[in-house]
Design a protein around this ligand. Structure first.
Ligand code: SAM
Length: 157
């Protein structure tokens, strides 16, 4: 079982590249939901992911519906500043489960109706109101490492 990062319609190639690099270094699986705001040959994407792409387990989908159809089972978490609970209140410690962290697109986040339907699994990372939101790739790293910390860093040194 694994930790999974799901990017809903990511737009900025360097964010996806940074996230791919963190996934490569932590055995986290990456799921990308189209449309993407860049081509997978994009220079910024490659540069941010360096030469680590061969280590990334990556799957593409044409829609959120397709993602849910192909990934049944496991726990799904919706990462949004509109979440009522902070991310550290959740238990990600079970290594025998699949944990899916679903992130929104850089300009518009996750679909509002999805967040409303999934309030109990919507997680917020605390911040003040000097900024509108945190950077997408930073939020992915925060969630991946919180889950790994709770699992005592399996297979990592
Ligand atoms: C740049 S933000 C999107 C901002 C967008 N205007 C919105 O209202 O959600 C891109 C993604 O980063 C994540 N994110 C950014 N700040 C966050 C926070 N404080 N708590 C949880 N997720 C956050 C969310 O997944 C968000 O969809």
């Amino acid at each position: 079982m694994a930790i999974h990062v799901v990017l809903y319609q990511p737009e900025i190639p360097s964010n996806t590249g940074n996230i791919a690099r963190t996934c490569a270094g932590t055995e986290t699986r990456l799921h990308l939901i189209r449309p993407l705001g860049f081509s997978t040959d994009d220079k910024m994407l490659k540069r941010a992911g360096l030469d680590y792409w061969e280590h990334v387990n990556i799957t593409y989908y044409d829609s959120l519906d397709e993602f849910f159809e192909k990934n049944e089972g496991g726990e799904f978490y919706y990462i949004t500043k509109f979440g009522k609970k902070t991310f550290t209140t959740f238990d990600f410690s079970n290594r025998d489960k699949d944990h899916y962290f679903i992130f929104g697109r850089e300009t518009t986040g996750l679909p509002k109706e999805l967040i409303m339907e999934q309030q109990d699994h919507a997680l917020r990372i605390p911040m003040n109101d000097n900024i509108r939101s945190l950077n997408l790739s930073n939020t992915a790293a925060i969630l991946i490492y919180e889950a790994l910390r709770q699992q005592d860093y399996p297979n990592l040194i």
